[in-house]
Ligand binder design. Sequence first.
Ligand code: HEC
Length: 100
Amino acid sequence: MKKLILIALAGFAINAMAASDGATLFKNCAGCHGAQAQKKALGRSDIINTWKSDKIESALIGYKKGTFGGAMKGIMKSQASRLSDEKIKVLAKYIPTLKK
Ligand code: HEC
């Protein structure tokens, strides 16, 4: 019984790690922003791998709250509202590392 609980806990820890990993989180963004965040999403957004972490973080929080965005902000609101503030931080740190 104890063993089972331990296994369950270990599985949970691995899941939690995967969910807070930048590369994993960014998979949900790559379709529009490009694998290296090097594209203008849907021909509209800035190329976000040139943005600093702070700017990415405040943009994502702004989309979530409805205080930031351009003509296509609805698309990003649905993306950002699925992210916890912690995941936003992880993504904001990760995206600038994609610039080659
Ligand atoms: C369905 C396509 C799509 C997906 C998926 C998507 N984005 Fe976007 N993203 C856009 C578009 C379009 C814009 C420009 C929206 C606007 O008008 O404000 C944008 C804008 C942004 C901006 C601000 C850039 C600017 O020009 O102001 C950031 C930062 C961003 N996205 C990050 C992300 C992150 C991080 C993810 C994954 C969690 C993600 N996006 C997923 C389409 C997408």
